[in-house]
Design a protein around this ligand. Structure first.
Ligand SMILES: [Zn+2]
Length: 259
């Protein structure tokens, strides 16, 4: 069995960031990196204990290079850096599942901790086939193109609910309850590590119930920008049209045409 664990930072236990700055600039960043390493390691250990032969940990927040690699179980491989040809580079159809750790709710989520979709400064929302989507669904669809299911998502309570809406088969771990963009009631970080370990083991036991996720193809994609300059620029590119001052619409055959 082979797995990939994708690790973002915003949904990690005990992390809320600070107003008007990126998580990377905030006081939370160093803690987020340490705790994310532990949460990823708990998932990796559970996968190896369940019989995994390969586990790739993908360090994907911001410009990558966040985790403390030497603290991960030494059986892990580590995908790091930026500029890969595909969001799931090095994963192929032979893989059995992916785990999303530290993921966050999509743009336009009330009280979602550090909620955004790929860029907190660029978009108000992104829709695919008229449904708002975030990184959980998009990364699940990108993995789904390779036939690989998401088996567990760890995020705040809003992100865990979003995961259940798109991926009803997946196990979820709600690391904290969001009360605002920078406010949460968090579970103790050590308890989250235990929960990720247990639920990862349960997810592997339930592997037969897991499904690769796909959007219906071809798909309509709408992007609403925060600044109308964004829509103005993109509305001029091939295959995209402006539907109002802030919003563009296009059609994709596959989600990987865009991401
Ligand atoms: Zn991130």
């Amino acid at each position: 069995m082979k797995f990939v664990i994708a690790v973002d930072l915003e949904g990690i236990a005990g992390v809320v960031g600070q107003p008007n700055m990126t998580l990377t600039e905030s006081k939370d960043y160093d803690f987020a990196c340490r705790q994310a390493t532990k949460e990823a390691d708990a998932a990796a250990k559970a996968l190896f204990d369940a019989g995994a032969k390969q586990v790739i940990v993908w360090d994907n927040h911001g410009g990558s290079l966040n985790l403390e690699y030497e603290e991960l179980d030494k059986r892990c491989d580590i995908l790091l850096g930026v500029g890969f040809p595909h969001r799931w580079t090095s994963m192929d159809e032979d893989f059995d599942g992916v785990i999303l750790i530290g993921y966050h709710p999509m743009d336009n989520t009330v009280d979602g901790v550090l909620a955004h979709t790929f860029s907190s400064v660029s978009y108000q929302w992104i829709k695919i086939n008229e449904r708002e989507v975030g990184e959980i669904a998009i990364d699940a669809a990108m993995a789904g193109e390779k036939g690989v299911p998401v088996i567990l998502v760890a995020s705040d309570d809003k992100g865990a609910k979003e995961a259940k809406d798109f991926l009803p088969w997946a196990e979820t771990v709600a690391t904290k309850i969001g009360f605002g963009r920078n406010a949460a009631l968090s579970k103790h970080p050590d308890r989250v590590i235990d929960e990720i370990y247990e639920k990862t083991k349960r997810a592997v036991k339930r592997l037969g119930e897991m499904r690769p996720f796909a959007f219906e193809e071809p798909m309509d994609m709408e992007i609403r920008f925060k600044k109308l300059e964004g829509a103005e620029g993109m509305g001029k590119s091939d295959g995209w049209k402006r539907i109002d001052a802030y919003t563009v619409k296009g059609r994709l055959n596959k989600i990987s045409e865009y991401y």
